[in-house]
Design a protein around this ligand. Structure first.
Ligand SMILES: [Zn+2]
Length: 80
């Protein structure tokens, strides 16, 4: 087991999985589901790759323009 797959928070094992990203903007909340991430099996902390976080950043910018109170999206939609 390589060291980068160890959670720095609890020492648990990180596994490839899916997570739900959410961010609270002043006007509302943006939620993105099915985001690919490394998720700690023990404490549930997650890590996103650079590529993934760039995509999410773009989606948050779009949501900011729309000013919806709640914006729920799926990661598959962002990349397609
Ligand atoms: Zn952990």
């Amino acid at each position: 087991m390589s060291k980068k797959n160890i959670c720095p928070l609890c020492g648990g094992e990180k596994k490839k999985g899916k997570t739900t990203f959410s961010v609270d903007l002043n006007f509302g909340v943006v939620v993105i589901r099915n985001v690919p991430a490394l998720v700690c099996k023990r404490c549930g902390a997650d890590w996103l790759s650079h590529c993934v976080s760039n995509k999410i950043e773009q989606a948050v910018k779009d949501a900011r323009k729309k000013q919806n109170l709640v914006e729920v999206s799926f990661y598959e939609k962002l990349v397609s």
